[in-house]
Every structure is written in structure tokens, then in C-alpha cells.
Design a protein around this ligand. Structure first.
Ligand code: FAD
Length: 382
């Protein structure tokens, strides 16, 4: 497998890095403190084409390959990981399913607006009683005439309060009768009567992204907003989660890279026992370990992205990338705080924020335990 980046991919890294360092990084601390949706920055990212990263050009997108997409998410997350999360859900978990499973009318209706950032996309699978066990959904979509009536609720939904369209998974009793898996996927638009968002969650980290409950109370949506066929929902969700895990893995690489760079700099500035702490082998070994772990995670992420673009199966490889990268990230960020000593525990230093941001990478887009289940399932499959 060829891991060399093309000239275009190198260019994407340098342009996204420059954008992230000049537009996003200066407001990182404020975004963490205020925990408000960063509209201004999102508009600027749309102008750069980041909101239509993998949308085909004919619908106004940038049509990036998956390695370029991973690089983009890595560089944005290196500056503000919460924005990496928002971008990643918008692109991989809302726009991408429409690209992959939508009909022509749905593509024309939603993709150009998603690419321009006129609407923000959300992905709504998790429910109070259905997290890792995604098949145990309770939200129902009952067909009635030319509509479906949705009832139920979703929790922890990224961009929930601001989303212009949410991809919502619900039980369709009619699919069950037809002996198909009874989960279907629907595009639910903001402003649809009966559709509302709950209050913004107060989170430990990733506070530049906002999350909330979504409620459906006799919410009537037109039949043309069904994505794919009735009963396709579980397959759509699992396919999309494979793709989305490339982004989650890239987020972990970007966040760990930021923490490593801070630790590397600090270790050369901080003097104890009359010498920079970087002169102590214990600190050097931490830095060496961190750099090696980050590079390994980056390669695993790019491997999954390359396989996806080749059209090969990548379920196992992307689960490995997500499992390893998220664990790596919490370890690297913890070492970065350790190298900063007491200063690393103070909000004046960004590693304090990185430490809070990192943990959730082992939880969303499938917990580490779920990734192990996926990997083992693939290994044992004959
Ligand atoms: C910041 C954030 C953003 C999110 N964004 C979204 C979003 O945009 N859209 C969306 O749909 N969801 C979103 N989620 C939800 C997220 O995907 C779920 O939290 C996650 O899938 C885990 O589900 P749960 O929280 O219900 O935990 P549970 O499934 O209840 O798991 C609890 C623990 O039990 C373990 N466990 C469960 N089953 C097994 C098993 N069979 N074997 C071994 N261990 C097991 C888990 O690994 C975990 O450690 C988000 C969550 C957070 C925190």
C-alpha cells in the first residue's frame, strides 16, 4: 500500500493548517468556555469548501478523496477538535449517506445547501435506551397516506439544536411485516411540525460542538424523505459508521498531534535542576513514545481511507484505526499534561482542554468495546 501523499494532498494539509491556525485556533479557548455553535467560523469553512468535502462537484462539493478528507479533519481537529466533530458529522454522517443512498431529487434538494453551509447536517441514531445496541431503537415511523408519522426521541445529537436537516433512524412497522429489518432512515428538516431540539448538553469537552436531544411528537414527514428503501436503515447506519470512523480516527490523530507539539515545545523551555526538562531521558522517552503512537494511528487511518477509495472492504481496518487512535489520543494527551506538570492542569495551557476533549473519542462513533466486537466479528467470520 502506498502511503505517500500526492502533491494535492500535501497542499490540502498546508492550506487547511494555515486556515485552522489563523481562523480557528485563536478562538479555541473562547469556544471551549462559551460552548456556542461557531457560526462565523462555519461560514468561513463553507467558503473554503470544507462543508462539502466529499460531496460530488456537480452538487457544489469539493469531492475530496478519503485520505484528503482525513487530512482535513486531522488539521481542523489539531486546532479545535470540537469543530472537527461538527465537520465530521456534517460530512460523513449526513451528506455522505445522501450521496451514497439518496435519489436524484434528494441529492439536488439537500447536497448543494449542505455544501454551501446554508444548512448544517446531523445524524440521529442514539436513543436513551439504544446506544451501542443500535437495533433496539424505540422511535417509530408509521406510514399514513403520503407521509410517515415519527414519534420518539434521540439523545446526544451533534449539532442537534442548529441542524437544518437530520438523518433520523426509526422503526417502520410496515418493514417488519414485509420481513425486512424494521429500521428505516429519514431526512427530517428543521421547522417540520412536531420536530424539536432539547436544551444544549453541558459537556466535559468538545465544547465547540453542541449536542442535544431531538424530539419527534407526531412529526409528519413526506414519504419522499425516506432515504433508500423501508428496512434499509440498519444497513445504511452501519455503512455510514464505517466511513465516519475514518473521520473520528483522524480527529484523534489531530488532537494528539496538537498535544504532542505543545509538550515538545514546553519540555525545551521548562528548566528544572538547571536544565530543560527535555534533557531528562524520562521525558525524552515519553516524547518518543507519543510521536511513534501518533504516526502509527495516522497510518492506520490512511490505510482505512485508501481501502475505502479502492472500493475494498474496510470495516475491520477502520475499526482498528478508530480503536487504536482514540486510545492513543487519551494516552498522548495524558503524557502531554504530565510533561507540563502542574501547569498542564491549568486552563492557561491548551493541554488542559485537550485532556477533556480526548476521552469522548473512545465513546462516540462506537465505543472501544464495540470496535473490538467489530474486529473480532470480522476475524472470526469464515
Ligand atoms: C459528544 C458526543 C457526541 C455524540 N454525537 C452523536 C451523534 O451525532 N449522533 C448519534 O446518534 N449519537 C451520538 N452520540 C452518542 C454515542 O454514539 C453513544 O454515546 C455511544 O454509541 C455509546 O452509547 P451509550 O452512551 O448509550 O453507551 P452504552 O451503549 O450504554 O454503553 C455503556 C458501556 O457499556 C459498554 N457496552 C455496551 N454493550 C456492550 C457489549 N455488548 N460488550 C461490551 N461492552 C458493552 C460500552 O462499550 C460502554 O463502555 C454522541 C455522544 C457523545 C458523548
Amino acid at each position: 500500500m502506498d502511503f505517500d501523499l500526492t502533491e494535492e494532498q500535501e497542499l490540502i494539509r498546508s492550506t487547511v493548517r494555515e486556515f485552522a491556525e489563523t481562523v480557528l485556533a485563536p478562538r479555541a479557548r473562547e469556544m471551549d468556555e462559551k460552548a456556542e455553535f461557531p457560526w462565523e467560523e462555519t461560514k468561513k469553512m463553507a467558503e473554503q469548501g470544507y462543508l462539502g468535502a466529499q460531496i460530488p462537484k456537480q452538487y457544489g462539493g469539493s469531492e475530496l478523496d478519503s485520505v484528503s478528507y482525513a487530512i482535513m479533519i486531522e488539521e481542523i481537529s489539531r486546532a479545535v477538535c470540537g469543530i472537527g466533530l461538527t465537520l465530521q458529522i456534517h460530512n460523513s454522517a449526513c451528506a455522505q449517506p445522501i450521496v451514497q443512498f439518496g435519489n436524484e431529487e434528494q441529492k439536488k434538494k439537500f447536497l448543494p445547501r449542505l455544501a454551501k453551509g446554508e444548512i448544517i447536517g446531523a445524524f440521529a441514531l442514539t436513543e436513551p435506551g439504544a446506544g451501542s445496541d443500535a437495533q433496539s431503537l424505540r422511535t417509530t415511523a408509521t406510514p399514513k397516506g403520503n407521509e410517515y408519522i415519527l414519534n420518539g426521541s434521540k439523545i446526544f445529537i451533534t449539532s442537534g439544536p442548529v441542524a437544518g436537516v437530520a438523518l433520523v433512524f426509526a422503526i417502520t412497522p410496515s418493514a417488519e411485516e414485509a420481513k425486512r429489518k424494521p429500521i428505516s432512515a429519514f431526512l427530517v428538516e428543521k421547522g417540520t411540525p412536531g420536530f424539536s431540539a432539547g436544551a444544549k448538553e453541558d459537556k466535559m469537552g468538545m465544547r465547540a460542538a453542541i449536542n442535544s436531544e431531538l424530539m419527534f411528537d407526531d412529526c409528519r414527514i413526506p414519504k419522499e424523505n425516506l432515504l433508500g428503501k423501508e428496512g434499509d436503515g440498519f444497513r445504511i447506519a452501519m455503512t455510514i459508521l464505517d466511513s465516519a470512523r475514518i473521520g473520528a480516527s483522524a480527529q484523534a490523530v489531530g488532537l494528539a498531534q496538537a498535544a504532542f507539539e505543545e509538550a515538545l515545545k514546553y519540555s525545551q523551555e521548562r528548566v528544572q535542576f538547571n536544565r530543560p526538562i527535555a534533557r531528562f531521558q524520562a521525558v525524552q522517552f515519553m516524547l518518543a513514545e507519543m510521536a511513534t503512537q501518533i504516526e502509527s494511528a495516522r497510518l492506520l487511518t490512511h490505510q482505512a481511507a485508501l481501502l475505502k477509495d479502492k472500493g475494498a472492504r474496510f470495516t475491520k481496518e477502520v475499526a482498528m484505526a478508530k480503536l487504536y487512535s482514540s486510545r492513543m489520543c487519551t494516552e498522548v494527551v495524558s503524557k502531554a499534561v504530565q510533561i507540563h506538570g502542574g501547569y498542564g492542569y491549568m486552563k492557561d495551557y491548551p493541554v488542559e482542554r485537550y485532556y477533556r476533549d480526548a476521552k469522548v473519542l473512545e465513546i462516540y462513533e462506537g465505543t472501544s468495546e464495540v470496535q473490538r466486537m467489530v474486529i473480532a466479528g470480522q476475524l472470526l467470520k469464515s
